[in-house]
Design a protein around this ligand. Structure first.
Ligand code: COA
Length: 179
């Protein structure tokens, strides 16, 4: 639940990005992360057709939050597991701590379910993502390009990632974008 704060209640709305939001989404990630990597990843995932949910939080006409969910290649014991990456997620400074990030993640997880994803992967702060059910242990047996301690997964289909071994491969925008 979004916890309203004086001045913003009633005016927050959530929904898919619109073409006119694109520059604001890039600026939001650039400000939140302090470099252009995440904005370049978003542009690449959108342009290459990997993104299936690009969701914004709006305060009036201003974009104050954004999350992207995109198709991700995961194989376990030689079988493809339809999966999604949650990345990136940003909420504008000044609007944090009122539940906007939570609402965006929840909407994205619903979109991933509707899209047919069996699992969602995220790289980030375990303290933030654990309450949604993300867990590093469920993908500890898979080869992945990121620090295994920081990569977490949420199975939308129970047992989807279970197996002896496998691999997570991120699409090119994640590796092509430069920090
Ligand atoms: C991380 C971020 C997206 C959180 O957005 P938000 O709208 O402030 O998050 P919420 O209000 O939904 O917070 C949900 C819970 O997580 C906690 N939380 C917020 N930021 C956190 C963080 N960085 N680490 C751990 N917990 C965090 C909140 O206190 C809240 O806990 P509560 O429900 O017990 O009160 C936002 O702080 C941000 O944009 N940070 C910079 C970019 C970034 O790091 N993004 C990637 C996240 S790994």
């Amino acid at each position: 639940m979004v916890r309203p704060r004086a001045g913003i209640e009633g005016t927050l709305s959530f929904g898919p990005e619109r073409p006119e939001d694109i520059p604001a989404i890039a600026a939001l990630h650039q400000a939140a992360f302090g470099d252009t990597y995440e904005a370049a990843v978003v542009d690449g995932l959108r342009a290459g057709g990997w993104s299936f949910a690009s969701l914004v939080a709006r305060l009036g006409d201003e974009v104050v939050g954004h999350v992207m969910f995109s198709a991700l290649s995961v194989t376990v014991d030689g079988q493809t597991v339809p999966s999604a990456a949650l990345a990136p997620l940003s909420v504008a400074e000044g609007y944090r701590g009122v539940g906007i990030g939570t609402r965006l993640v929840q909407m994205g997880l619903e979109a991933a379910r509707a899209h047919g994803s069996y699992a969602v992967l995220v790289q980030g702060d375990p303290a933030y993502y654990r309450p949604f059910g993300f867990d590093a242990a469920v993908i500890a047996h898979l080869r992945a390009p990121y620090d295994p301690g920081k990569l977490m997964a949420l199975e939308l289909v129970t047992g989807a990632l279970a197996g002896r071994g496998g691999e997570v491969r991120y699409p090119p925008p994640f590796t092509r974008a430069q920090r």
